[in-house]
Write a protein that binds this ligand. Structure first.
Ligand SMILES: Nc1ncnc2c1ncn2[C@@H]1O[C@H](COP(=O)(O)OP(=O)(O)OP(=O)(O)O)[C@@H](O)[C@H]1O
Ligand SMILES: [Mg+2]
Length: 196
């Protein structure tokens, strides 16, 4: 059995940085491996909690996996269900783009759950952009975004745009990726985000 830190280093794709408006750099770490069940989520959550709690960094964990494992590790299932109903997950971001004639519901400020974690009733510097099981269906419909209006169909561009108002607040963005790196997810890797 691997130790937590060796799993983390094996799964950590790289550490790239994106410069915020204030000139400070935000580190972007994504946990990605095509194999399932190898500890990506466990490591991503542990690293996020450690950075926020021990290193006192401001951290945003983005859950890109429709299995929502990181999400329901950091917030309760009840809280997730409420947020999902209210369109406060990353799925709503793509849903809005797929249906441009319906009033958009996604709002990055309300979609981010603050002070998450089961440690100490929440860690004040740790925030979460939750995932949703709805992402499974949405991934198949993402190519329709370009047809639906004058939008890019590139999920990375869409995510980048949504994060712009908040990226300066964070020292680290941690991305928990699903095991199958298809469609939506294959665009969203640290290298790409770091180049933005
Ligand atoms: N270092 C470790 N030692 C022992 N068990 C571990 C370790 N890391 C994770 N596990 C266990 O392995 C299982 C899979 O872990 P995890 O969900 O983190 O994998 P994953 O790669 O994110 O899976 P998926 O590909 O489905 O998203 C879980 O039951 C978890 O508790
Ligand atoms: Mg996982």
């Amino acid at each position: 059995m691997c130790s937590g830190s060796s799993v983390a280093s094996a799964l950590l794709r790289n550490d790239s940085k994106v410069k915020g408006f204030n000139g400070e750099e935000t580190h972007v770490l994504s946990f990605i491996n095509l194999k399932g069940g190898v500890g990506k989520t466990t490591a991503a959550v542990a690293v996020a909690e450690m950075l926020a709690q021990d290193a006192r960094k401001h951290v945003l964990l983005i859950d890109l996996d429709p299995q929502t494992n990181a999400t329901v590790t950091l917030i309760s299932e009840e809280k997730w269900a409420e947020m999902d109903r209210e369109g406060r997950t990353i799925a709503q971001l793509f849903e809005d783009r797929i249906n441009p004639h319906v009033a958009p519901k996604f709002n990055i400020e309300t979609a981010i759950a603050r002070r998450v974690s089961t440690i100490n009733d929440g860690i004040s510097r740790l925030d979460l952009l939750p995932s949703s099981i709805r992402l499974i269906d949405l991934q198949d419909r993402i190519p329709m975004i370009a047809m639906a209006g004058n939008y890019t169909a590139n999920p990375l561009e869409i995510l980048r745009g949504a994060l712009q108002p908040v990226i300066d607040r964070y020292d680290y963005i941690i991305i928990d990726c699903p095991p199958s790196c298809q469609r939506l997810m294959c665009f969203v890797n640290t290298q790409s985000i770091g180049e933005l």
